[in-house]
Design a protein around this ligand. Structure first.
Ligand code: KG4
Ligand code: ZN
Length: 348
């Protein structure tokens, strides 16, 4: 079957057509079109909701049209439309949801509503659904979320940990802003961090010291806002900080990654996970991928490790269509009249 996915929860207008095999669960992406607004929001240092909303309105139809053209699929060949219903910016979500509703009405197709985080999670199932072993632990790290879930089987998800304040991606973005590095912060901090050469820099300045909040807490929750405050105080008391930006980025990133890895491995051991998966924009981070892979090999040698292809880590609609496919298999299908945006949608 063919599914059209649509995603407009933040600052990317995205549409994708996937081809799925109902019995085997195989998912093949036929098109994955993303119109990013990063260059527009860059000058403000973050996403401006009103600007994002206006851009979505301009982009949504051309993006959907391109997704169908690249996939070489006519609307009548689609079985369903998958749409991100939340969580996200209400003004952004509404464009996607209203467009999906209108197309579903005109084309007479059912709608499948998708939780954005679930979309990130199912990015791991693209091209690989048949070989994933359960139970699985999935860490979703993005600009808006840090969520650890246990999956017993596709469609059956339980949250086991969440951030209590900032998301991991937000921690990157805010640090980049403080260091004057621009937006989005994740890729820039990662790049600067990779330039840090400890042998060259050690002993030149007083060592940096970032906390690992909630590292030893008895649960699987996260907290990142203290890390950001710690960065602010260290910058304020360091007259030489501009000479050691790579070191700041390296140490700050290490703190984030230490926490993410520790909680993920701990939960995988507790729930006897057969697979660990990463997802979300921060899962594009090579340091996180490599260090987590090494730790799994050492601490859970019998557990598989999966990460989505880079194009499916940050916001895209192929992951929304993939999640929609699993909802479809569970019979979670609606008609256009019953779909509403929900900016605070919870994962269940
Ligand atoms: O999943 P996503 O595109 O949007 C949300 O759902 O929030 O994630 C965007 C986040 C941003 O915070 C960005 O800084 C972060 O992902 N990010 C990264 C990297 N690439 C994107 N963080 C760390 N390292 C990266 N390479
Ligand atoms: Zn996202």
């Amino acid at each position: 079957m063919y599914i059209l996915g649509i995603e407009t929860s933040c600052d990317e207008t995205a549409a994708s057509v996937i081809q799925t095999h109902e019995k085997t669960g195989r998912i093949k992406v036929l098109s994955n079109i993303i119109s990013s607004q990063i260059n527009i929001h860059k000058k403000y240092g973050g996403v401006v909701p009103e600007v994002a909303a206006r851009e979505h309105v301009l982009n949504i139809l051309p993006v959907i049209e391109e997704a169908l053209t690249v996939a070489n699929i006519k609307p009548r060949q689609l079985q369903a439309i998958g749409i991100t219903r939340g969580p996200g910016l209400i003004t952004s979500l509404i464009t996607g949801v209203e467009t999906a509703r209108t197309l579903a009405y005109v084309w007479q197709k059912p709608i499948i509503e998708v939780n954005h985080i679930e979309g990130h999670i199912y990015a791991n199932f693209i091209d690989a659904a048949q070989s994933i072993k359960f139970p699985a632990i999935i860490l979703t790290v993005s600009g808006g979320h840090t969520t650890l879930v246990k999956m017993e089987k596709p469609g059956q998800i339980k949250i086991i940990g969440e951030t209590r304040d900032d998301a991991a991606g937000e921690a990157y973005d805010k640090a980049a802003k403080m260091l004057g590095l621009g937006y989005p912060g994740g890729p820039i901090i990662a790049q600067k961090a990779s330039q840090y050469q400890p042998d060259k820099h050690r002993n030149k300045f007083a060592p940096l010291n970032f906390p690992r909040p909630m590292f030893n807490s008895a649960n699987f929750d996260f907290s990142f806002s203290g890390l950001k405050t710690s960065l602010l105080y260290q910058l304020q008391s360091d007259h030489h900080w501009k000479q050691r930006v790579p070191e700041y980025c390296h140490e700050y990133q290490s703190a984030i990654i230490d926490i993410l890895i520790h909680k993920t491995i701990k939960s995988a051991k507790k729930f006897k996970a057969k697979t660990i998966m990463l997802s979300g924009g921060v899962s594009a981070n090579q340091e996180l991928r490599q260090r987590l892979a090494k730790n799994i090999e050492k601490d859970c040698p019998n557990t598989d490790f999966r990460v989505p292809k880079l194009e499916y880590t940050t916001d895209n609609a192929a992951m929304i269509a993939a999640a929609a496919f699993f909802m479809f298999r569970q019979g979670k299908i609606y008609d256009f009249k019953h779909i509403k945006t929900d900016p605070g949608l919870q994962l269940r």
